[in-house]
Design a protein. Sequence first.
Length: 279
Amino acid sequence: MKFYGNLAQEPPAPSRQVVFMRGMTKGTSLSNLTMRPLLALLAFLAITFAARTAVAAPPRVRAVQPPVRFLWIGAHPDDEALIAPLFGPACVERRNDCAIVILTNGSAERAVEAARAAAFLHARLIQWDLPDVFEISQWGDRPALVSRLASLIGTERPTTIYTFDPRHGSSCHPAHREAGQLTLDALATLGPAAPSTMLVETLILRDDASQIVGFAPATPSATTIDATSTWHYLTDDAAIHTSQFPPEQVTILRNIALEQRRVWLLPSGVNPVAPASCP
């Protein structure tokens, strides 16, 4: 012990020099240095495992919906107007595959109108050459017609067919009724492969001047489709067929009562209650 001045003091303690290991800073512990390589190794293993898992994962399998294909079978150009409120949304707006079959040839003018109406509804047109007559016997060999129509249906492969109800044909026109009956007979030859078929149960109401003035269901068993928002497809289709629908008739159709802006349908094979019939 040395004395400094009048006070006896302990000699100052020798200075301590702290030496840090390379890579260490003040406050770094040895345990931290030991964990860093371990954490890096774990991160590498996690990335490698994730990459291998991603490669090995099987691809996702999505269910593929079969295409929706609609087919209308009628007797004349302009018959499709009855189902235009259905074909408009299905074929034009949703772009489903659609086709229109017309059994009779009609005049050259009507053939042009038929082509325009099919284009308007975004549908393929298939027009036969049967005579446009009331006497259906003039259509010729009926079994051959059934076979021909069955072959056409097999080629088109529709998911749903629309046609006239043979009991009334919507207007009691013999060609309408026969078009519906030929369709049903052709489907019967296809057995289980036959697509679903909807019969049109919309009755056409006419006045004494033969103007169309309204529509009604042919049976209370029919399913009612509200066509209020798509009625313009019917009136626009009718306007294309100028040979059959003069401007005053189109105006009447555009002003049909709201409660009559419907399409009435019945699945084929269903026995309806009190169905309409023809004399």
